[in-house]
Design a protein. Sequence first.
Length: 301
Amino acid sequence: MDADIEFLFRRPSVDHFVGRAALRVRLSPDYNRKTLPYDYETKIQETWTRKTDENSTLYNGTKFRLHSVDCDNDDRSTNVTFNLGVTCYRDFIGTNWSPNAQLYRDLGSEEWGDSQAFLSDALGVGALLETSDGFAVLLKRSMSCAEAPGLWDIPGGHPEPKAVVGNKSLEDINLLEIRPEKVVDEIFNSTLGEIVDEVNIPQDTLTDPLLVGIARNTTSAGRPSSEYYVRCNLASEEVRTLYNKGTQAEADESNGIMFLPVNQITNLEVMKTDIWCQMAPSAKGCLMMFGLASNEGLDCE
């Protein structure tokens, strides 16, 4: 196992990855972040102001908050439910990335029996994108990125509430009025959208994502990222050519592309390579869960 990640939930084999039709979402304000004691709650804005002063590309926006995951008692069932609230990027930076994050986790454990109760825990998405010739796509994050700057990562980002409810503020979003299936679609659609916007490949070359699992990033106080598997019908050199055009919507978020043989992932040999220590936690979580699923029953030490 790697110290940067913890598995919250993962499918035991590739045959049991979760497709769009099998994922369910339960929405409730009960799944929102709990409000910190006043003296700590006010520090969220202080942290956000400091971070935006350091990085002018940061902007606030609403995000879905992952509270927990439910699945059938049968470990091989593909019926999975995400229990979601709503949060924002400001709160994510001000809690999960706060210097006081561990204190907030301790308070959550003491007051709510949940170390994540006071944290934003904005739900991320990421994808192991496999080319037609058997390579996984990694991108080198630019130094202007707020998270994991300079590290190799899989394409990814966040599902956006505004895609479901429009450009509403956090306070104006009524979770009980949102159709859960719309949120499921946004989770899967945003995974595809991030690949298109970051790698510069057409969406019609991609298969629909399959959920591999959810990993927590221990370097950001357990922030959860749902990870998916997507195949592309383009070969690695075709993908490289499209990426190098630099015309993608989020070209500024990365400055390099790498192709990793998928067989190094399925046999977990990637963990022994020099590149492993240069990977973002989200990439580590996705690749490790995919590798374990490809080797059903294999333990990862």
